[in-house]
Ligand binder design. Structure first.
Ligand code: HEM
Length: 519
């Protein structure tokens, strides 16, 4: 073959390949998302965007919220009235079609199909791709449900209560440190508490040095910084949440999944370093704590065990620290509520200092109604995990008469119903009394016929894959809030206090810089 013919056939193959690639990209990036949007637009009980938004899809709402100095999920709260009139929301997570479960009816139908027709899905999205083999992301096989039961056994209320003295010691140490600073990043401080509590549960005290050792972390500018494990977990969580908003995650998923380019490559490298450190700690720990038992499991693989420990660390510490900040924010914003809470604590004998340690038992903490109400109301008003992990339809199904094809991603909307005016009176107000059956407010709300039901509270999701750490988290929140409001005055920045669209959930860009004084 003459040379020119050889080159022209290579060129034709190249053109064909390029054409194939263009068609593939157009189909996945534009045509399929558009068809999905158009399909669901015609159902009266499904809400979609008014107009098709290419590439960003409904992520546009997250981005617009942040650009307007609102927390990224604030549009769920502000759009609650329109969303709550529907059973489902059909969204595009970038280019990925997803069905969000909104109404109680839709949630009931979802739960009735759980595992047989709907199960967990997608180990490659957001924080799931950091811990792809952890409990939260894996399908509900017998094996995974057995692992879940084990987790439940050591975060049950009874086991949790044994950690109260340790929680208090952490709170005392962090409070002392906060008082020495002019301004404190409250998320950071609360994270020190929750991370420390979880490292004790998982590893015990004998590896304290390893936990606080410095590990290499690659920054976006390419420099390597030596940081603590806790700081690494905070940064990794933020980075993996940021991946959700990265356009390449949507257009060329394989680049992200295989960590071929930055930031995915860098995040994968840092995640590997984090896991290596956790493995070192588990192997050095002589105390037989939760991680030891996880690693003694003969059935799971080492990768699964490692992801499980990292997953619990993340699920248990990041969520609770962010929730603590939300609760402290609302208490600062509502001085009369804070005063009422302090009175309840004082009436129950809670004073500063040693007596607090002696009095703070699980029974005592659980007996304080107003404390529980404040925590529940903070959970309602600012939801740290606004939507569940990803599930998927295992076959063609229908929810509320709406067809959903096999393989479609489904998530439970955990936030919008917290602002449903048919379930909550004064839905946008922070009113802890609404959770107290004996309060005048509760009775008044009941008389109007507006009352919550079992699915109106979705902070910990529902069903057989809901959060197993719920009781533990509630107890930790109550102990921490009781301690902090008894010992400290925490003052948020005025501008943040006046921002009605602020929030401190996972992925929030707000940094709560507070001033802290001894009470
Ligand atoms: C305020 C604190 C917390 C909040 C708001 C929270 C919320 C959630 C939510 C919304 C889910 C997803 C459920 C779903 O996809 O349907 C979840 C799952 C999970 N959470 Fe929590 N959580 C908290 C604390 C904890 C703690 C303390 C632990 C400790 C072990 C924990 C362990 C887990 C695990 C292991 C899963 C995955 C469960 C499964 O897939 O079977 N969480 N959590």
């Amino acid at each position: 073959m003459p040379i020119s013919g050889y080159f022209s056939s290579i060129f034709s193959y190249f053109l064909l390949l390029l054409l194939g690639l263009i068609i593939y990209v157009l189909n996945t990036v534009l045509i399929q998302p558009y068809l999905f949007w158009r399909k669901y637009k015609k159902y009266p009980n499904v809400i979609t965007r008014e107009s098709f938004s290419p590439i960003l899809g409904d992520m546009k709402d997250h981005r617009d919220s942040m650009q307007n100095n609102k927390v990224h999920y604030s549009y769920m709260k502000n759009g609650a009235e329109k969303y709550n009139k529907h059973d489902l929301r059909a969204i595009l997570d970038g280019i990925f079609p997803t069905i969000m479960v909104l109404s109680n009816k839709a949630l009931e139908e979802f739960l009735s199909m759980q595992v047989t027709k709907i199960d967990k899905d997608d180990q490659h999205s957001g924080v799931s791709s950091f811990i792809p083999n952890s409990l939260g992301t894996m399908k509900s096989t017998k094996e995974v449900m057995r692992r879940r039961k084990n987790t439940l056994s050591w975060v049950s209320l009874n086991s949790a209560s044994t950690y109260i003295p340790h929680m208090l010691r952490c709170l005392e140490r962090v409070s002392k440190e906060m008082k020495t600073k002019q301004q404190v990043d409250l998320i950071h401080s609360m994270n020190v508490v929750t991370f420390d509590v979880f490292s004790d549960i998982l590893f015990g005290d004998d590896v304290k040095e390893l936990v606080s050792k410095l590990y290499p972390y690659e920054n976006p500018d390419g420099s390597t910084e030596m940081i603590e494990l806790r700081e690494m977990l905070i940064r990794l969580t933020k980075c993996y949440i940021a991946q959700i908003f990265h356009p390449l995650s949507h257009m060329f998923k394989f680049l992200k999944n295989r960590g071929l380019v930055n930031p995915f490559k860098r995040d994968a490298k840092n995640a590997a370093e984090f896991k290596r450190a956790i493995l070192e700690i588990v192997k050095n720990s002589k105390e037989k704590k939760a991680a030891h038992y996880m690693f003694s499991d003969p059935i799971s693989s080492e990768i699964e065990k490692l992801d499980e420990v990292c997953g619990v660390m993340l699920a248990g510490s990041e969520t609770t620290s962010h929730s603590l900040v939300s609760c402290l924010y609302f208490l600062n914003k509502h001085p009369s509520t804070l005063a009422k809470l302090r009175k309840e604590l004082k009436d129950n004998g809670f004073r500063k200092g040693q007596s607090f340690f002696e009095l703070c038992t699980m029974e005592k903490i659980q007996s304080m109604t107003y404390l529980t109400c404040c925590v529940k109301e903070a959970f309602r008003c600012d939801i740290v995990v606004p939507r569940s992990f990803a599930y998927a339809a295992l076959e063609d199904i229908k929810i509320c008469g709406v067809p959903i094809s096999k393989g479609t991603k489904i998530r439970i909307d955990l936030s919008t119903c917290h602002f449903d005016k048919n379930k909550w009176l004064d839905e946008y107000e922070f009113i802890p009394e609404r959770h107290d059956f004996e309060s005048e407010y509760y009775k008044r709300a009941k008389q109007t016929g507006i009352k919550p039901d079992v699915y109106s509270r979705r902070t910990f999701s529902h069903g057989m894959r809901s959060c197993p750490g719920q009781s533990f988290a509630m107890l930790e929140m109550k102990v921490a809030i009781a301690y902090l409001v008894t010992h400290l005055d925490i003052q948020f920045d005025e501008e943040q206090l006046n921002n009605k669209d602020i929030g401190f959930g996972l992925g929030s860009h707000f940094i709560p810089l507070v001033t802290v004084k001894e009470r």
